[in-house]
Structure formats: C-alpha cells, structure tokens
Design a protein around this ligand. Structure first.
Ligand code: G5P
Ligand code: MG
Length: 225
C-alpha cells in the first residue's frame, strides 16, 4: 500500500490556502481538513461549539485553543488511515505543541507568501458556499451564475470577518501568532515557502514540489520492504 502523505498549508488570511488546497486534494486525492470551514459549519448548524466560537470568528480573533484543538484532533482521528492536508491549523505555538505531543505525522509544511496589499483587495471580493467550503472571487474565479454556488445552485454569502477592519485585525494576529510557527517547522526542515501574487503562478510550483515529495516517499517505502 502507498505510504500516507500528510501536509500542512500555512499562510496569511486570504493568501489562497483554500484555493490551493482544493487543487492539491484533486491532484493528489487527499482529504482536506480546514479548521475555519469546520468552525463555520458548526456556527451555521448552531452546535454547542458553534455558539461558543461564533463571536471570536466574526471579530477575527483566534478561537480558544482548547475548543479548536479538540475538534481538529477528533477529525484527524477519523482520517487516521488517509492521506490528508490540514489548512488553518496549527495557528500558534501552543497548537503546534499539541500536534507534537500527539505525534501527528507531517511530511511538508507549504507556506504561502502573498503581499498583504493583494490580500486586502482579494477578500473584499470573496464569496463562499458555507456547506462545501467552496470559495469564489468576483474577479479571479467568479461563480457561473452570480450569487449562486456552481455545484448546488445554493446562495453564496460573504464572510462576516471579511470586512476591511476585521481583515486588518486578522493580518495582525497572523503576524504576531502564526508567523512564529513557520520558524518552528523550518527548524525541522519541513517548510517550503512559495512567494507570488497569484494562485495560478504558485500552483505549478507547488504541484511539482509535491509530486517530487510523493515519489521520494514511495521510493523510500519500497526500499524499506
Ligand atoms: P480560516 O478560515 O482559517 P484564514 O483567515 O486563515 O481563515 P482565509 O480567509 O480562509 O484564511 P485563504 O483560505 O488563505 O483565506 O484564502 P482563499 O479563500 O483561498 O482566497 C481568498 C480569496 O482570494 C478568495 O475569494 C479566492 O477566490 C481569491 N483568490 C485566490 N487566489 C487568487 C488570485 O491569485 N488572485 C485573485 N485576485 N484572487 C484570488 O479562519 C477563520 C477564523 O476561524 C478561526 C479564527 O477566528 C479565524 O479568524 N480559526 C481558528 N482560531 C484558532 N485556531 C485555529 N487553528 C483556527 N482556525 C480557524
Ligand atoms: Mg480558507
């Protein structure tokens, strides 16, 4: 059996984690676990967790570690036999430490580095389909029918945390809390940073790099047989 591939994707809010993740999962047939999508779906369903996290998310603040960690670990447990891509988690050093203590495998940390001016502009034009996590942008990848999801035809919404003042707050939190974890994984030689203005420019670079990683892992597994 092929060895499992376990990837993290990091980057500022709006850097294209969701967009690139959807291309990765299609190309490499991985499961996609997005902590933000998971929280938003709990908020929409008004679950106990959703009610507890709603205000943090809409204000652009990080959700308390214990709440988000519990739900992400539960979902990872369900994927214990799969290859996966984790998006939006870990978000600070204490979340990294939890993954370390649980000995969660990580083969590569993909770090998206996109200029902040580009990000602010993108998020003004973002529309999402909450049940699936599908993301649109009125300029970059507009829906086929305005305001409707391409697959289900259901209505699209704008995220409450995409207003300009909340985006500025989220970028500040990213600088202060999330950036340090890049250094943490870099010290373990796991980070590959991709810099550019557009997802279309970054995608072929990421795809090639992950094909090499997957081939290397498969060769290693064969050598160990
Ligand atoms: P999330 O959901 O993890 P963020 O803030 O990290 O949210 P976000 O906003 O989801 O990240 P993204 O996924 O990096 O951004 O970007 P995206 O959606 O793919 O692309 C952004 C827009 O740009 C889209 O409209 C897309 O179509 C467009 N686009 C993409 N590429 C291009 C391009 O090349 N050109 C152009 N013009 N457009 C493009 O977290 C949300 C909240 O949940 C909580 C926190 O409250 C957080 O604020 N949370 C956590 N709290 C604590 N710990 C955790 N681990 C948490 N995880 C989530
Ligand atoms: Mg996202």
């Amino acid at each position: 059996m092929a060895s499992k591939l376990r990837l993290f994707i990091l980057g500022a809010p709006g850097s294209g984690k969701g967009t690139i993740s959807s291309r990765i999962v299609k190309e490499f047939r991985l499961s996609h676990l997005s902590s933000g999508d998971l929280l938003r779906s709990n908020i929409q369903q008004k679950s106990d967790l959703g009610l507890k996290v709603k205000d943090f998310v809409s204000k652009g603040q990080l959700v308390p570690d214990d709440l988000v960690t519990r739900v992400v670990l539960q979902e990872l447990q369900k994927l214990s036999k799969s290859s996966w891509l984790l998006d939006g988690f870990p978000r600070n050093l204490s979340q990294c430490k939890v993954l370390e203590s649980q000995r969660v495998q990580v083969d590569r940390v993909i770090n998206l580095n996109v200029p902040f001016e580009e990000i602010v502009n993108r998020l003004k034009h973002r529309w999402i389909h909450p049940p699936s996590g599908r993301v649109y942008n009125l300029e970059f990848n507009p829906p086929k029918v305005p305001g409707k999801d391409d697959v289900t035809g259901e209505p699209l919404i704008q995220r409450p945390d995409d207003s300009e003042d909340v985006v500025t707050k989220r970028l500040k939190i990213y600088e202060e809390q999330t950036k340090p974890i890049i250094e943490f994984y870099a010290s373990k030689n796991l980070v590959e940073t991709f810099t550019g203005n557009t997802s279309d420019y970054l995608w072929p670079l990421i795809k090639n790099s992950l094909h090499t990683l997957r081939n290397d892992k498969e060769n290693e597994a064969l050598a160990l047989r």
